[in-house]
Design a protein around this ligand. Structure first.
Ligand code: NDP
Length: 327
């Protein structure tokens, strides 16, 4: 038996409770992992509260990422005792995820825990930090460089935003953080932001073309914010778009693309190719200071996940939430 947060559908509502579950109920997979830590991402909060149909099949164990130790394996790359990390691949959406003491998955979806990181630190980084690194890599693949000008990060106090600030500042970019929580300005500056702006300056409908302000951007927010970001990128600039905290819509025009040659770079962490994952995690392990990782993360027990999921969607949680699934 193992402990897990289980989501069940009752009268069209999602019911979430911690339960003791028989290992035989785990789906097929060639690696059984003893989970040490998982996290609470925005998507997990949507799944747990049932606000958006993230979960494709019930009952479901949520948790789009986890770190732990291999207990059994018939996969060539992994043996019992290996420390591993999983991000995405449908965990917590189409098959049981990380908010549990055990997970059985395909070894093709795992990577070895990057050297220099503990399981807890890897989950403090989690899908948010890994996505922030994918965004930085997408911008640099496009040719963005530190001397080009200011780089905007929206949703700055969130998990992705916080790591994006730290990663870009460390790489020499001048980072401007956009937030709705000006009370957190000191924390954002400590992470590496050179300037902090109020997100209300970006969240209302704006003109199709605006003053060129940003060489590049990481956008966690979508909707009018992303439209305004596109409209205010430098000629030839780029935005790595990864989130929808303001909304799924994109009420934009093609003007920035056809008149300024700006690029809208989509970033997906769930099915990102293995080489990109390995590169992203290696860069995280070598570039992101442990102090930053610890600073960005708070920790909760499995039983607190439902309450914190609700608060996360209310915008009351800052940074990352690590879940110790064994307490
Ligand atoms: P968090 O909940 O930690 O952060 C989201 C942040 O967005 C908040 O902290 C807040 O920042 C800002 N925000 C919230 N509501 C609004 C609003 N109405 N208007 C403008 N800003 C808002 O989430 P994550 O950092 O984990 O994820 C950020 C986004 O990226 C989410 O939409 C998530 O689903 C997505 N995501 C996508 C991935 C992918 O693979 N593409 C992977 C991981 C996440 P502040 O308080 O500073 O204003």
């Amino acid at each position: 038996m193992f402990k897990a947060l289980l989501l069940e559908k009752e009268d069209d509502r999602t019911k979430a409770s911690v339960q003791s579950i028989d290992e035989a109920r785990l789906a097929d997979g060639d690696v059984l992992v003893r989970v040490a830590y998982s996290t609470l991402n925005y998507k997990d909060a949507l799944a747990i509260t049932g606000k958006v149909p993230v979960v494709r099949t019930f009952p479901m164990v949520p948790g789009i990422d986890f770190a732990g130790v291999v207990e059994e394996s018939s996969h060539a790359e992994f043996k019992p005792g290996d420390s591993v990390v999983l991000n995405g691949w449908g965990a917590g959406e189409t098959h049981w995820g990380g908010l549990a003491q055990k997970a059985r998955v395909s070894g093709d979806h795992l990577i070895q825990l990057p050297e220099g990181l503990t399981a807890r630190q890897a989950m403090a980084v989690g899908t948010a930090g890994y996505t922030a690194m994918l965004c930085a890599q997408a911008l640099e693949r496009h040719g963005v460089a530190p001397g080009d000008g200011d780089v905007l990060v929206t949703g700055a106090n969130g998990g992705v935003g916080s790591f994006a600030i730290a990663i870009l500042a460390r790489r020499g970019y001048r980072v401007v953080a956009s937030t709705g929580r000006s009370s957190e300005e000191a924390r954002l500056r400590e992470l590496g932001a050179a300037e902090v702006i109020d997100r209300s300056t970006l969240s209302a409908p704006g003109k199709p073309l605006q003053k060129e302000r940003w060489a590049a951007a990481v956008d966690c927010v979508g909707s009018h914010t992303l439209a305004n970001v596109c409209a205010s990128l430098h000629y030839g600039g780029a935005v790595a778009a990864c989130g929808l905290a303001q909304g799924m819509d994109l009420p934009a025009t093609v003007a920035p693309f056809i008149l300024r040659g700006v690029a809208l770079l989509g970033v997906d962490s769930v099915y990102a190719p293995r080489e990109w994952r390995l590169r992203a995690w290696a860069s995280i392990a070598s570039e992101v200071a442990v102090q930053t990782i610890e600073q960005v993360a708070g920790e909760i027990a499995l039983g607190e996940a439902v309450d914190v999921a609700n608060r996360l969607l209310q915008g009351e949680v800052k940074g990352r939430v690590v879940v110790d699934v064994n307490r």
